[in-house]
Ligand binder design. Structure first.
Ligand SMILES: [Zn+2]
Length: 89
């Protein structure tokens, strides 16, 4: 009786191992955005690891990202909107 138990457990472990193997393979293929940078592409400030984990393929530090997104009011109105409009019309 006890032998059956041990065998079942071994099979379960094998299945789990092949699943995690599969997951690892899937994750390895998931690289459409490229690797996160350790330092900002704009100002070369170090990017916090939390941010790199949260945003796969992150290239900018928080400041530069906000700047680019137009979240900061200090640098609004370069001419992003103007050039887009002219392309549309
Ligand atoms: Zn930056």
């Amino acid at each position: 009786m006890a032998g059956g138990w041990a065998r079942d457990g071994a099979v379960g472990e094998q299945i789990e191992a092949s699943i995690s193997d599969e997951l690892a393979r899937m994750q390895a293929q998931k690289h459409p955005v490229g690797q996160s940078l350790t330092h900002c592409a704009e100002c070369e400030e170090p990017i916090p690891e939390k941010r790199r984990v949260a945003i796969p393929g992150v290239k900018l530090c928080l400041d530069c990202q906000q700047d680019r997104d137009g979240t900061y009011k200090s640098r609004v109105g370069i001419n992003r909107r103007g050039s887009k409009d002219s392309q549309l019309k």
